[in-house]
Design a protein around this ligand. Sequence first.
Ligand code: CAO
Length: 551
Amino acid sequence: MAIREITVPDIGDVKNVDVIEVPVKVGDVIKKDDTLITVETDKATMEVPAPAAGTIKEMKLKVGDKVSQGSLILLLEEAGASAAVSAPAPAPTAVSASAPAPVAAVPAPVAAAPAAASGPARSETVSVPDIGDAKDVDVIEIAVKVGDTVKKDDTLIVVEGEKATMDVPSSVSGVVESIALKVGDKVSKGSVIGVIKVAGGASAPLAAAPAPSTSVAASAPSVVTAAMPSVSTDRAAPVPDYPYERKAVGEKIVHASPAIRRFARELGVDLGKVNASGPKGRVMKEDIQSFVKFELNRPKPVASSGAGVPELPTIDFSKWGEVETRQLTRIQKVSSVNLHRNWLTIPHVTQHDDADITELEAFRQGAKDEAEKRGIKLTPLVFVMKAVVNTLQAFPSFNASLAPDGETLVLKKYWHIGVAVDTPDGLVVPVVRDVDKKSVFQLSEELAEISKKAREKKLGADAMQGSTFTISSLGGIGGSYFTPIVAWPNVAILGLSKSSMKPVWDGKQFVPRLMLPMSLSYDHRVIDGAVGARFITHLAKNLSDIRRLLL
Ligand code: CAO
């Protein structure tokens, strides 16, 4: 099998054009006319096709390189061929070997176009210049609209032939008065694009769009490039939301006009990731805009990035033993994004304390029978909710949210408590409203109802909104202190752990008291440490003597 050097064919007068895509790699088995590289000039994007089938042995170019005619692209082990040592990618098919190639064929401003220095304003009819032999090429973009002010050389329309995409620039500066074309129309040399009002009467040639340079006049516009790959001709619906999955590894060309490629480059967008909604799978400006919007708003994966934290490497744990993978539940995925954001964006302080709930517990035991008669299970949590609301009323900055300007506190005159509920699918936080207006029996009833609904996945989204403070109770489970994460937009959260009998010094002796471990996390931007300590002390006092709630 012969190894053949594949070089860049005649691409006209243009030198040092950018390689913007290299869709093939070493080892690829390619067919004749498969695209090897895509090059881009100011005005056109062209695909350079393979002159023969074979296996790629070595790549000699990469994206970003600059090429001219004769630049070495790759070494090809030709399928079933003999001998040839060096060959350019196919020359223009529609023209002779000496004919100019596509870049030159792209309409270029006519330097010699006569322009009068002065005169009355006049309307110029702008038409498609000489685009070589190509006829009936598709208009794939209208780059201007009526009323736009255009400068000479600004792109008016983008057309696409069999083998290349071309920006058709304006030959005059002025204001667009009318546009005679729409996307999907077919045009040839001389087709009217529209009318431009030329200020001050610059008298441009009547065939206003710049003609191709003289050396190209009779040539096809799109010579060197391969046939367009078989992409769908369906016009996909615009892409309102993403989950895109456009390019699989090994998928090749992205179709986009030079202007769109420039736009994507300016924004740092990888066109390969953008859903294409244009004709023939072409990426349009709106596609890039949708992509950027989506990327900006997309919740970022928790484990891998955020707030400038370096990405974590992917680890193959199976190297060290057997593993099993399991997807997080939907609830876990949603909460992981929220928790991560809250943890990173809220400067947390956690203050711990014990509340002496010996008397409260005696009262609760005394009220248990009555509660049971009503079919209610009275737990310490509802007393804590009442005590918390009383404390929030004494410390209004805890019942508040920080406004987005970071400088204003929104103080709320209602007391809705979010209660973290453990469900088989993960943590949810339904909200008990107007806790200040409800009795402990009412709260118990409501708590039983919402935690049942939560576990049966019957809670609506609004049942989980509007809390002013949150309580996370692990008291029924065990453990002592922990660090609850503030549930934004709240500024504080109370964690409760399992109460236990502890020896407490009463001034004369140690006495057994039932102590409830509490962990108060707060947003330090809003709450000072001293205020945090006062809040938890006030709360502990309320719980140690619930008669204080009546004061
Ligand atoms: N100390 C000692 N015992 C406690 C207690 C405490 N702080 N809090 C509750 N208990 C007892 C209750 O009295 C009850 O005992 P009895 O059955 O003997 O009366 C038992 O523990 C179980 O209580 P419960 O959990 O059913 O009820 P609750 O009102 O305390 O809590 C709810 C309700 C929905 C908050 C709870 O069921 C729950 O889901 N807790 C987990 C919340 C969670 O996961 N938080 C973590 C967030 S951070 O990831």
